[in-house]
Design a protein around this ligand. Structure first.
Ligand code: ATP
Ligand code: MG
Length: 440
């Protein structure tokens, strides 16, 4: 993409309304725009990141055996009356009336709707286990929308719902999501720590929030330092291996880890002092087993094979891709701007023409741009008529993993300069070597 033909509205001044660094950087880098309190438009650069995050989330959900569908944002109040949540949900729910004065709502979550879909088609234990998910916008009328995408009112969520015959099956479904989440956050360049969460009326230990550590996080968290070094299962993990997955989950829940809601100071005090981590964190995912809470009142039942029928055991599993855009920036930035992990970077390479209008640099840039693009590398070519300093600043701000700088001085020796955004290291090399390095 040539920058002169792109839409990248960079802000020169740091926006005043932004309190945390991710919000500030996203506004400055032209990634998004606020349209109302807690409601944002994704501009092209931000949208590319959001799509990359969604794709990784999707790949890991699919790998674990979950199946994607797409439910609507608007739901009928009728459905929520069946579960008893229509009145219970309170002011966070955006309630709407259609022209026939039917009560509708903008979905804050989808347990009721997925249960309705399930009960319409599934009758037998033979069709279990089943895990259905979608990636869809949600609306929650948060009291205090703030920190940009971190706590929006309209936000994107991946929500999955599992259905099993019994609690043992549900535990395995839960473990699958647990491992899929570890893999997802690792691929996004994040270290996530599963922390025990409120498990509601069902009891048991089956609810975890996945937290990443960041100074600006809204939650106060306490955990054992070893979590930062635990190994995440590889891509070849066997999701049908019941004992294997359980062993992984057991390890990842073996040490102390809790948010302030669940914190037990006495238990934390038993963690050796040099292993105690007390920090702030961002909740990026939440998984939950809730048994028959929805299936019983909504009559989502299956035949057991032994002559009877039982309500199915369910769980739900959320990830916030729009919050993740901000969370990744909180975890990865410096004074000059964003430092994207390669997996979610909006483009891989920033190509900077340091002397726009010079036949030599124009030609060399055009050639490398063409060669990289032909190899499938996403390049943002800064071909603006602007001084080199401005181009450096823009490239650092938007944080693409690689910068290639082409100027007359280097070209005189047949070289271009390649800079790695993450550590600032630079190297002069031939355009052919740069092509080789960047298309690996
Ligand atoms: P929180 O405790 O942060 O209010 P929650 O527990 O209400 O979140 P869940 O219902 O568990 O949220 O939603 C699943 C995921 O959706 C969360 O882990 C988070 O990543 C994302 N999410 C929830 N609320 C918001 C929001 N207001 N803005 C952006 N993302 C959100
Ligand atoms: Mg939660």
């Amino acid at each position: 993409m040539r920058l002169t033909r792109y839409f990248l509205p960079i802000l020169k001044e740091p926006p005043r309304e932004a309190e945390i660094v991710s919000h500030r950087l996203m506004l400055r880098a032209g990634m998004m725009r606020q349209e109302a309190a807690g409601i944002y438009a994704f501009l092209p650069l931000g949208f590319r990141v959001l799509q990359k995050i969604c794709q990784i989330v999707r790949e890991e959900q699919n790998r674990s055996g979950a199946i994607e569908l797409l439910m609507p944002t608007i739901q009928s109040a009728e459905l929520w009356r069946e579960s008893g949540r229509y009145e219970a949900y309170g002011k966070e729910m955006l309630r709407i009336q259609d022209r026939h004065e039917r009560e509708m709502l903008y979905g804050p979550t989808n347990e009721e709707m997925i249960t309705e879909i399930f009960r319409a088609y599934v009758r037998s234990y033979k069709d279990l286990p089943l895990n259905l998910y979608h990636i869809q916008w949600k609306f929650r009328d948060e009291v205090r929308p703030r920190f940009g995408l971190m706590r929006g009112r309209e936000f994107l969520m991946k929500d999955a719902y599992s259905f099993d015959l019994d609690q043992a099956g549900a535990q395995h479904s839960y473990n699958k999501m647990f491992v899929a989440y570890l893999r997802t956050f690792q691929r996004l360049g994040l270290k996530s720590i599963p922390m025990r969460a409120e498990s509601g009326p069902i009891g048991g230990n089956l609810s975890h929030e996945f937290i990443i550590l960041a100074q600006t996080g809204e939650s106060e968290v306490f955990c054992h330092k070893d979590y930062l070094d635990f190994a995440v299962p590889g891509a070849n993990v066997n999701f049908d291996d019941v004992a294997g997955l359980q062993a992984t989950v057991d390890q990842w829940t073996s040490q102390y880890a809790a948010t302030s809601d669940m914190h037990d100071a006495a238990a934390f005090a038993k963690v050796p002092a040099d292993k105690q981590v007390s920090a702030r964190g961002i909740e990026v995912g939440h998984i939950f087993y809730f048994g028959t809470k929805y299936s019983a009142p909504m009559k989502a039942v299956v035949a057991t094979g032994a002559g009877g029928e039982v309500p199915v055991h369910m769980g739900s599993y959320g990830i916030g891709p729009s919050r993740l855009v901000a969370a990744i920036i909180e975890a990865s930035h410096d004074d000059a701007g964003i430092v994207w992990p390669e997996a979610v970077a909006p483009f891989k390479v920033a190509l900077l023409n340091l002397k726009q209008g010079d036949a030599g640099t124009d030609g060399a840039c055009a050639q490398l741009y063409k060669d990289l693009t032909a190899k499938g590398v996403d390049v943002l070519y800064d071909d603006r008529d602007e001084r080199a300093g401005g181009k450096f600043a823009t490239a650092d701000l938007i944080g693409l993993p690689w910068q290639v700088m082409i100027g007359p001085r280097g070209l005189a020796e047949g070289k271009v300069e390649v800079k790695k955004r993450a550590d600032g290291s630079r190297e002069m090399m031939s355009p052919a070597a740069a092509l080789d390095l960047l298309s690996k």
